[in-house]
Design a binder for this molecule. Structure first.
Ligand code: PMP
Length: 387
């Protein structure tokens, strides 16, 4: 019966991250740097507010666009922190950033339309684009340039079927943050070539060199940019499955159409939790971001001393993406041996795109002293690997 499954779904590769996860579950004493889920629990005040609101009856379908109180609070939050100048009517609450991304692809792509995507990239994009009938046009980036996308390379990837430029800053898996000057060039290109930009900013609060810029704020961009945001990472709320999309006014009804038919609405209880999350002092998020920053710096210091490692200082997200000179073949083999010998989970770089060859992704979602222990094991493993 399996031949009944659609070709597009059959062609979609199973996640390597999950494979590593399953193998690790069978072993003792493993430290996992494999998964992008903050180790902090959701702050208690958020959980209590959600419970209280559930008990008050916030357990029905919400409006498809989102709980009106949350939309108003989110607009104020985004205007204050990111200078977006948006109305609540331009926002849509989605089932995770993931729900927003999938819905955007569905709403924008016709069969054969191209999405220009710098790689290494967050692997789920591939399925979002394929399931919507689109195609990816990948743009390589280089470890030596801190994996920052080069506008000339983006321009070279454009064709007459290019419709969307998808950028991720701060980036998963590389941790790169796109500098303002590069965003300006990308914005000029988007205007010139009439592209819609999807700017995945789910890690926007986790930056380590000052705030990161949004391409949406550049000239001519508010009308052609959809920003994807999420409560998952910054607020330690991955399991609540809540994100948002900031839309140009022409796009909101169409995205709403897709979201309505896909999910009716995002979870109403989670939306009450999100409202409480936005109302807590900024210091709560800042403390978590500071902890990730400390961990990424520690990891950087340990790894940059390991032989043959190319690694830029951490800029944002909680990932590091070292290029490891002694990995000659697939990093999958390196990671499997690392798991078996040193009991550390890392994700093979090639699973994020060809420019990830020779790299591994490390998520600093583990607290000290286990984080340093894992990195010392990794550094030792690198030292012995080529021998
Ligand atoms: N974008 C990027 C770059 C991510 O890394 C993730 C999660 N790992 C998401 C979007 C989706 O996150 P969520 O659905 O939990 O909001």
């Amino acid at each position: 019966m399996e031949d009944k499954v659609s070709q597009v779904v059959r062609a979609s590769a199973p996640s390597v991250i999950r494979e590593m996860f399953q193998r690790a579950a069978a072993l003792e004493g493993v430290i996992s740097l494999g998964i992008g889920d903050p180790d902090f629990h959701t702050p208690e005040a958020i959980c209590r507010a959600a419970l209280a609101d559930a008990l008050k009856g916030h357990t029905h379908y919400a409006s498809s666009q989102g709980d009106p109180e949350l939309l108003a609070e989110l607009a104020a939050h985004l205007n204050r922190l990111h200078g977006f100048g948006v109305e609540p009517s331009q926002l849509l609450i989605t089932s995770g950033g993931m729900g927003g991304l999938a819905a955007c692809m569905r709403a924008l792509l016709d069969p054969g339309d191209e999405v220009i995507l710098p790689e290494p990239y967050f692997p789920d994009y591939e399925a979002h684009v394929a399931f919507a009938g689109g195609r990816l046009a990948l743009v390589p980036t280089r470890a030596e340039q801190g994996f920052v996308p080069q506008p000339a390379a983006v321009a070279a990837a454009l064709s007459d079927r290019s419709k969307v430029l998808l950028i991720t800053s701060p980036n998963n898996p590389t941790g790169a943050v796109i500098p303002l000057a590069v965003l300006e060039e990308l914005a000029r290109l988007a205007v010139e070539r009439d592209l819609v930009v999807i700017s995945d900013e789910v890690y926007a609060r986790l930056t380590y060199d000052g705030p990161c810029h949004s391409i949406r704020n550049l000239p001519g961009m508010a009308e052609r940019t959809v920003v994807i945001g999420s409560f998952s990472k910054a607020f330690a709320m991955t399991g609540w499955r809540l994100g948002w999309a900031v839309c140009p006014p022409w796009f909101t009804p169409h995205l709403l159409n897709v979201v309505t038919h896909n999910t009716s609405c995002a979870s109403s209880v989670s939306q009450r939790a999100a409202l409480a999350a936005l109302r807590q002092p900024d210091a709560v998020v800042e403390a978590m971001a500071e902890e990730f920053s400390r961990r990424c710096r520690t990891a950087y210091e340990i790894l940059s001393k390991a032989p043959g490692v190319t690694l830029s200082p951490p800029r944002g997200s909680f990932y590091l993406f070292p290029k490891i000179g002694c990995i000659r073949g697939p990093a999958r083999e390196f990671c499997l041996e690392l798991l078996e010998k040193e009991r550390v989970v890392a994700v093979p770089g090639e699973s994020f795109g060809p420019s990830g060859r020779g790299c591994v992704r490390l998520a600093c979602t583990v607290a000290e002293p286990r984080l340093s222990r894992a990195l010392e094991r990794l550094a030792r493993f690198i030292g012995n690997y080529a021998v």
